[in-house]
Design a protein around this ligand. Structure first.
Ligand code: THG
Length: 368
């Protein structure tokens, strides 16, 4: 398959790669040093199918950093400005993670498995190294490892129907960002109502690579009459929904406030967070640039594989970092970082793509 990408051990395969290939994957990206499918039929055909049926996604690249031991909770709070005191076993939380300057290191989903055990389901950065270094430098009583756990997502409007057939009605009863343990072939798996789309669905944290293909096949067979297909996080749908992508829409150069993640920061009470002092200052003044939904007028934009400068009266006022033609909204949807002087909804800007300048306008909400 990988015609342009030279496969090697560094570009890790996943427990579901055989199924992904059999389904006719057309393109991959690399995420956490692992294969992540990006296209099956076409990005637009995948988009329409995701929004009307149900898809099975190989998101193994959402690697887990496991914390286990008496200091696991202390280490978790060291990593994030979100106050974790109220977090209960069985809960998932979207948690910005920052360095000592308040810069974003990752934006994972955290799962509390037990008082002394967490999984951090990471976005695309080598968070394991940072967490290991912190645990050692602070001499914490905690083991930090990457377990053999690979998330498999079931996303789309028919996800509830499908999940019931594999895990039963109790799985359908899960609330958003809650998880439970459900059996498959006699083994307990974490199943959560979560996922990187706005269409609803579940994520199964498949523990043990040997279970990968049996579970993949079971879903494919059980979903045949629902017209299930292999899919993947969809570039158009996630921009419409305002789901941020680490490395694209934000980097270490951004604070969580600039990313619009202030609702996940409690700097007054998140005592123990490494970047707290830096973020307290930022929280006081407020950011001077922030993520905004941006509409780009005219025909379909080219592939957004670089930052596009945003201009007002010829001067730079920000950048667009993700953009795509939206078939459902008949316009180009985009995510940008805009200076406060020009971030009000309705502000007209110029965006410079590699194929030329286009008219753009700041929106107040994403498209969902
Ligand atoms: N699922 C799991 N791990 C992941 C992702 C995932 N790791 C990598 C990447 N995705 C992390 N990024 C995100 C971004 C957004 C959300 C989840 C992970 C998300 N956000 C909702 C929102 O912004 O409205 C909900 C946040 C909330 O209310 O708590 O779901 O997808 N396992």
């Amino acid at each position: 398959m990988t015609h342009l990408l030279s496969p090697s051990r560094r570009l890790r395969r996943t427990p579901f790669s055989d199924g992904v290939e059999a389904a006719g994957v057309r393109a991959y990206t690399i995420y956490n040093h692992m294969l992540l499918p990006t296209v099956f039929d076409s990005v637009e055909a995948d988009y329409h199918h995701l929004k009307s049926k149900v898809q099975l996604w190989d998101v193994s690249c959402e690697r887990q950093v496991e914390l286990r031991g008496p200091d696991a909770g202390k280490l978790m709070q060291l990593l994030t400005p979100r106050d974790l005191r109220g977090m209960l076993p069985g809960q998932c939380l979207y948690v910005p993670m920052v360095d000592e300057t308040g810069g974003m290191l990752n934006d994972p989903v955290a799962l509390k498995l037990a008082e002394d055990r967490f999984w951090i389901s990471i976005a695309d950065s080598d968070l394991l190294l940072w967490v290991k270094a912190l645990a050692n430098a602070r001499q914490l009583e905690v083991l930090v490892e990457e377990p053999d756990v690979s998330p498999l997502a079931v996303q789309g409007p028919l996800a509830d129907t499908l999940i019931a057939r594999i895990f039963g009605a109790d799985a359908v009863a899960l609330r958003f960002f809650r998880f439970g343990f459900f059996q498959f072939e006699g083994r307990d798996l974490v199943v959560a109502r979560s996922g990187y789309s706005r269409q609803g669905g579940f994520e199964i944290y498949v523990e043990g690579s040997d279970l990968g293909m049996p579970l993949w096949q079971a879903f494919m067979a059980a979903g045949e009459d629902l017209e299930i297909r292999a899919g993947c996080p969809n570039g158009i749908e996630r921009i419409e929904g305002g789901l941020l992508s680490y490395g694209n829409d934000m980097t270490r150069a951004n604070t969580p406030y600039e990313c619009g993640l202030e609702r996940f920061c409690n700097v007054q009470t998140a005592i123990g967070c490494l970047g707290r002092d830096a973020l307290l200052r930022v929280a006081m003044d407020g950011p001077n640039r922030q993520i905004r939904p941006i509409e780009i007028r005219g025909e379909a934009v080219p592939l957004c594989d670089r930052a596009w400068p945003l201009l007002a009266q010829g001067r730079p006022v920000g950048q667009v970092t993700s953009a795509a033609w939206s078939p459902d909204f008949s316009t180009n949807v985009a995510i940008g970082m805009v200076r406060m002087t020009h971030w009000d909804p309705g502000t007209e800007l110029i965006v410079e793509t590699q194929d030329g300048a286009r008219e753009a306008v700041v929106h107040d909400t994403f498209w969902h």
